[in-house]
Write a protein that binds this ligand. Sequence first.
Ligand code: SF4
Ligand code: SF4
Length: 172
Amino acid sequence: MATIQVHKKYAFRWYEKFYFMSISAGMWVTLKHFLKSAFLRRMVTVSYPEKKLPLSSRFRGLHRLKRNEKGQERCTACYCCQWVCPADAIQIVAAEVTPERQYLHPEDKYAKSFQVDLLRCIYCGLCEEACPKGAIYLDGGMPMPADSRDGLILDKAKMMETEGGKILGERN
Ligand code: SF4
Ligand code: SF4
């Protein structure tokens, strides 16, 4: 049977075998934070979601679909974002804009269905960069927990920018 020689430098010292030093060091860190927050009021956490820490300027949140200055949807269902997505997280179904849907945008297509799977998305921001219409942005706040997989799929109704608190056009 082969034996492994451990260099003296890496071998356990006798007192290290009791893990006493490591446990004490860990307990000391915990105790330090407890004393700081209990007596010096130096909290290292906040009561989220009542209080929120400032986000970095580079923060990427949930996807949002934008409208133009007339309130029309900017997305023309060109599929650029779907093709560029490295995580295959975007699924779009395009449809022709019928005369009664001219409120959507003046192009010949619109996204009948637009879904982003947050379980696949890696928040790389490539969809935002690739969009020729400036229609999709990752400025929608933090992803929220959900109790089902379906709850983590953003659809058009959840992503579409509102105007005066009201969602214009279709909600599918
Ligand atoms: S942020 Fe990246 S991974 Fe997420 S949907 Fe956009 S392109 Fe795909
Ligand atoms: S969001 Fe932009 S890139 Fe994606 S389908 Fe719509 S227009 Fe094209």
